[in-house]
Design a protein around this ligand. Structure first.
Ligand SMILES: [Zn+2]
Length: 349
């Protein structure tokens, strides 16, 4: 068939974790997992000052017992300077693989350092405060973990607020996918129904099991962690954060800029999703109820931000990332519309 090859010239790469271990005590499998990947002998555990005691040191001990030579690197905030410092420390220790053992920011740092040093890394989350545990997404450019070890026994020890925030982040996929499809219709944007379906499935799972997600209950982590991981996979399929990040994320990023004391990423996205679902004409009350049931914030007061900051963030949101078309359109909300939106949905009052 002449010319056939020129008709279909599509190609796409998707990078996924090769192993995702979820469950009670799976941290014990760390050395075995590193052996399965045929990791070289020298590695480094990147962990935080607090998470070192919860997971970092144990991870290093398990690796050493397994015959690896391991350096432990304590990292603080996810800044460029800290990434430089951790990268230098890992390089001078001769690390040929990394373990990111901690909350979101430690895993973010590990993602970026691994990408920079061209070495593999495993993600060992000690909390699940957002959907970045298994994705390449980081505040800076990062790699996808070759494996994820999500030990529910560890994660249940983190403050419940973090898990609730992770759940809210995933629930906010519902408005992100609506925004995506809107952009497809209005801007002919590239779309993956596989990625959108995975993202919506993850949100639906959390909504359906909201009543079972409770503090100090390891089974809650078990229920919540899989949709959180699936959300990361949806982003890997899409090759961007599009399936899990729309207008509600723009609102959260805007709030980070305008608020004196911004709240957790996932918590802000959950509140944003209530308002954006209203704009989409969807069932925002159901979304809000799911957040209430889980115990995630649904108001400015619960976020610990001022009403005025919410209104400012709503007005500013569409400017955060102009290439990401959402329900906010090109011109965004007027101040009056923003006030009304936040009031009608009970976010401010
Ligand atoms: Zn998010």
């Amino acid at each position: 068939m002449p010319g056939y090859e020129s008709v279909f010239g599509k190609a796409k790469g998707m990078v996924f974790p090769r192993i995702v271990l979820v469950g009670h005590g799976v941290l014990d499998e760390l050395a075995t997992t590193c052996r399965q990947f045929a990791f070289p002998n020298r590695g480094a555990v990147v962990t935080g000052p607090k998470t070192a005691d919860i997971a970092g040191r144990r991870a290093a001990a398990i690796l050493q017992e397994g015959g690896f030579r391991v350096t432990t690197i304590i990292a603080v905030e996810a800044t460029e300077a800290e990434v430089d410092r951790v990268a230098e420390e890992a390089r001078s220790a001769g690390a040929e693989f990394l373990i990111g053992a901690g909350g979101g920011s430690k895993i973010d740092i590990t993602k970026v350092v691994a990408a920079r040093l061209h070495i593999p890394f495993l993600s060992l989350p000690t909390s699940a405060a957002h959907d970045g545990i298994s994705s390449p997404r980081a505040s800076l450019h990062g790699a996808v973990p070759i494996g994820v070890i999500a030990d529910t026994q560890l994660i249940v020890q983190a403050p419940f607020r973090l898990l609730a925030s992770g759940c809210a982040d995933v629930i906010s996929n519902l408005t992100a996918t609506l925004d995506w499809r809107l952009a497809v219709r209005l801007r002919n944007e590239e779309y993956s129904s596989t990625a959108a379906t995975l993202s919506e499935y993850a949100a639906q799972e959390i909504m359906d099991h909201a009543a079972s997600i409770k503090p100090n209950l390891e089974e809650s982590v078990w229920i919540a962690i899989r949709p959180i991981l699936v959300a990361g996979i949806a982003m890997s399929v899409a090759g961007s954060s599009r399936p899990c990040s729309g207008s509600e994320h723009l609102f959260s990023h805007a709030l980070d800029r305008v608020s004196e004391h911004p709240s957790l990423h996932g918590e802000q996205c959950g509140v944003g999703a209530i308002m954006m679902m209203y704009l989409h004409g969807g069932d925002w009350k159901r979304l809000k109820n799911a957040l209430l049931t889980i115990g995630a914030p649904t108001t400015a007061r619960e976020l610990g931000v001022r009403n005025e900051e919410v209104v400012k963030a709503l007005v500013m949101a569409h400017t955060i990332r102009p290439d990401r078309y959402t329900i906010l359109g090109d011109n965004g909300l007027t101040r009056e519309a923003a006030e009304r939106l936040a009031t009608v949905t009970g976010v401010i009052g």
